[in-house]
Structure formats: structure tokens, C-alpha cells
Design a protein around this ligand. Structure first.
Ligand code: HEM
Length: 185
């Protein structure tokens, strides 16, 4: 089966249509994506009309989360599509070959023991809902499509979260990152 037609895949289409209006778009690292006015989020089977770009990812199993962290995450995390969550961020990310050449153990060490990605981000739950999509094995331009939804009251908190993450050792391996902020309107 061609993984590109996997029914679990989610496609983010940047163009002139879609539920989410683009509020801001910034290339944080690496080459930009074409500016668009709206983003549509669809299932892979939906075959919508083409946009300026489209990015596909699949939810996957966790690589780094340990049992205690998984329990904490499950207890705290909020679902997507809450009525009050009218703000979203789509942040596609690619990491360097040096990252992918590390062992799983070395990656976990950088990701959590030294960058505290989970421990420091946990305090933003449940205000910020999240979903991580994996793209690397689909031959996509990004390794991850990260997606967040929150109420307008959490906009400043989200800014603090991304600033913190971008200052970590983990982020020294990020070679391409596009920050796309969206509003449900
Ligand atoms: C809302 C608070 C956040 C929490 C609780 C959180 C939690 C997590 C967890 C638990 C994982 C590990 C998944 C695994 O074990 O495979 C992860 C991975 C990841 N997160 Fe976050 N995160 C948050 C915010 C963010 C933000 C704002 C970004 C982007 C700016 C981000 C980017 C990523 C990326 C790229 C990965 C994949 C890392 C890799 O596999 O190399 N996260 N996050």
C-alpha cells in the first residue's frame, strides 16, 4: 500500500480556501513556503483542489515519551477542535542529518534530559492542545508537522513556549522551520 494514500494521513493545504485564515507566516529557519491567505486541513482521501503547497503527515507512536510522562500527558492534554480554540499554529520542522544519525538514546538525551522539551512544555497544557504528525518517512520536505490549537487568551503563553523551545539544544538541530499562525474565521 502506498503510504501517501494512508487514510490516517492529514494534509495541510496552503492556498486561497480552507477554514483557517493565515494571520502571520514566518520562515524561522531555512527557505520560506509561499505566502498564502488560508489553510485547509483535510484527510488524504478527500482530494481537494490544489493550493500553493500541501504538506502531509501521519500521527505516529511516541519515540521519546516514558511511562510516567505518558501518564502525565494523558491526564493533562486537551483534545483538538474545542469550541474556544479559535487560534492555531502549524509549524513544519525539519531536523539535520546529524540529528537523524544519532542513536535513539542520544536523541532522547538531547530532547528531554538536556532540552526538557516535555517537562518544560507540560505546564502549557491543557490550554494548548497539540498534535504531532510525522512526515519524514513519506518523503516530504519536513520531518514533522506540528499543530497547536488554543483560545485567544493563550496567545502570549504560546509565544513564550515557542521562544523557550527555540533556545534549547534540541533546536540547534532544526534546519528548517516555518511558523504559520491561523485564526478560525
Ligand atoms: C504544548 C506544549 C508541548 C508539549 C506538551 C509537547 C510535547 C511533546 C512530546 C511529548 C513529544 C515527543 C513525542 C515522542 O515521544 O515521539 C514532542 C515532540 C515534538 N515536539 Fe513538542 N510539545 C509541545 C510544544 C511544541 C511546540 C510549540 C513545538 C514547535 C515549535 C514542538 C515541536 C515538537 C517536535 C518537532 C517534536 C518531534 C521531535 C522529534 O521527534 O525529534 N512541540 N513534543
Amino acid at each position: 500500500m502506498n503510504v501517501k494514500t494512508n487514510h490516517r494521513a492529514t494534509v495541510f493545504i496552503g492556498g486561497a480556501v480552507g477554514r483557517w485564515r493565515v494571520d502571520a507566516m514566518q520562515a524561522v529557519a531555512g527557505p520560506a513556503l509561499a505566502s498564502v491567505s488560508r489553510v485547509a486541513v483535510v484527510g488524504d482521501a478527500e482530494h481537494p483542489c490544489a493550493g500553493a503547497w500541501s504538506l502531509t503527515g501521519v500521527p505516529s507512536y511516541v519515540r521519546y515519551v516514558e511511562r510516567r510522562e505518558r501518564e502525565e500527558l494523558r491526564a493533562l492534554q486537551a483534545p483538538l477542535a474545542r469550541a474556544e480554540a479559535t487560534c492555531a499554529a502549524l509549524i513544519p520542522i525539519r531536523k539535520s542529518e546529524a540529528w537523524w544519525e544519532l542513536t535513539q538514546e542520544a536523541r532522547r538525551d538531547i530532547f528531554e534530559a538536556r532540552s526538557h522539551h516535555i517537562a518544560n512544555s507540560m505546564r502549557f497544557l491543557p490550554g494548548i492542545a497539540r498534535q504531532l504528525y510525522h512526515s519524514r518517512d513519506l518523503g516530504e520536505p519536513f520531518d514533522f508537522l506540528t499543530w497547536f490549537e488554543f483560545a485567544p487568551a493563550y496567545r502570549a503563553a504560546f509565544e513564550e513556549l515557542v521562544c523557550e523551545l527555540r533556545s534549547t539544544e534540541e533546536w540547534t538541530f532544526v534546519t528548517r522551520e516555518i511558523d504559520i499562525r491561523l485564526l478560525l474565521e
